[in-house]
Design a protein around this ligand. Structure first.
Ligand code: PLP
Length: 370
């Protein structure tokens, strides 16, 4: 992937915002609780190792990632803290996991049994048992299954360190709480068969930590809110101030007067109703700026300017209020004058969630850290 350092499209990541969001969350936790920063998917598009550094500076004591490669990248970058892989890693990597002192989510006894066959020498695999209380993704299905796996772990304590146990809520970001309560009860039913709690018991993502007084745990997996984004979009109000960390800006690279009746972009879906000033912005759907955003807007000099015509792979066009010079700043996510465009604004216009927009910005857009 060639990074576009020679075009004026840049993501800026504000380290102070991340530090603030982490510190503010830690201040709300029980004193015996820890915060693990969720930095999978390249730190939700913000840049994994940079976010890891900011989060650690603000008090995060560990990290969560989705895949083994992300954990290995963190280790290679020198991070010594606990790292938990939240997804299932194939058992054939058990020795690598052990050597690198990485912790992994395990959702079945079969995984443990298979992993043993790949272990050589005197190393242990750190496991966090995943409990499926209603997410339906990974994890033990019943307390009986869990009980059997715990027995297995007890019999194989030279190979495994039972370091954690956790679940994940499917509806923590919604107003309706019935499903959440059902999951919580199932979690407690599971925990009733655990004779000795492991070091980490964790149930909370951002939404659970922000909106549920769940005290079943001593660690939270803090993701989207660390980046200053509301996990619920606009549905629920975040009970403390969080600062968005990501800004996306570009600049006009071409400006022209389009005569009335002439059209713009593929499909000729926009036709100028009058003579209009049209600017071209060098970012498109190959950068993760969704193709469907025709009719949405950007900010130029504090004014909303409509996206006209289809967003192309690498460029799109906007209608300008007047002639503007090439090089004029274009704000796609962030502030301009007294106006702003949030990640949720973009997400709603694209029919998705803020998470998907942030982590969808491609590696072609350079990240600048301030
Ligand atoms: N825990 C698990 C198991 C996850 O899959 C995720 C993210 O998807 C998180 C925690 C972090 O969630 P959030 O970004 O909503 O805080």
């Amino acid at each position: 992937m060639s990074i576009g350092t020679h075009r004026p499209t840049v993501i800026t990541v504000d380290g102070d915002a991340i530090r603030h969001n982490v510190a503010a969350e830690i201040a709300q936790l029980n004193p015996d609780s820890e915060l693990f920063a969720v930095i999978k998917a390249d730190g939700y598009g913000h840049g994994m190792t940079h976010v890891a550094k900011y989060a650690a500076e603000a008090g995060a004591t560990g990290f969560c990632v989705a895949i083994l490669d992300e954990a290995l990248t963190l280790r290679a970058a020198g991070f010594q803290q606990p790292i938990l892989v939240l997804g299932i890693v194939e058992p054939c990597y058990a020795q690598l996991i052990a050597d690198q002192k990485i912790s992994v989510a395990v959702g079945s006894q079969a995984w443990l049994a298979e992993a043993i066959s790949y272990l050589k020498g005197n190393t242990v695999v750190r496991v966090h048992l995943a409990l499926d209380t209603g997410m339906g993704r990974i994890g033990f299905q019943t307390p009986e299954e869990l009980h059997a796996a715990l027995d297995f772990l007890t019999g194989h304590d030279q190979q495994f360190d039972f370091e954690g146990i956790f679940t994940h809520f499917a509806t923590a970001d919604e107003k309706e709480q019935t499903y959440f309560e059902t999951q919580l009860q199932r979690f407690r039913d599971f925990m009733a068969v655990v004779p000795r709690k492991p070091r980490y018991v964790h149930v909370a993502n951002s939404a659970t930590s922000l909106w549920h007084q769940v005290c079943d745990g001593n660690m939270i997996r803090f993701g989207v809110a660390m980046y200053g984004m509301n996990p619920s979009g606009r549905l629920l109000t975040v009970p403390r101030v969080i600062h968005p960390a990501m800004t996306l800006k570009s600049a006009l690279v071409f400006v022209k007067k389009l005569p009335r009746g002439r059209s713009v972009s593929y499909g000729a879906t926009y036709t100028a109703a009058a003579d209009e000033w049209i600017g071209t912005v060098p970012i498109g759907y190959a950068d993760g700026y969704p193709r469907c955003l025709q009719g949405f807007h950007v900010l130029i000099n504090g004014q909303f300017c409509e996206i006209v015509g289809r967003v192309c792979m690498d460029q799109f066009m906007v209608r300008l209020p007047e002639k503007m010079p090439v090089g004029t700043e274009v704000v796609l996510v962030g502030e301009s004058g007294s106006q702003h465009i949030t990640m949720v604004d973009v997400a709603e216009a694209a029919g998705t969630i803020n998470y998907e927009i942030a982590c969808g910005f491609s590696a072609r857009i350079p990240r600048r850290y301030v």
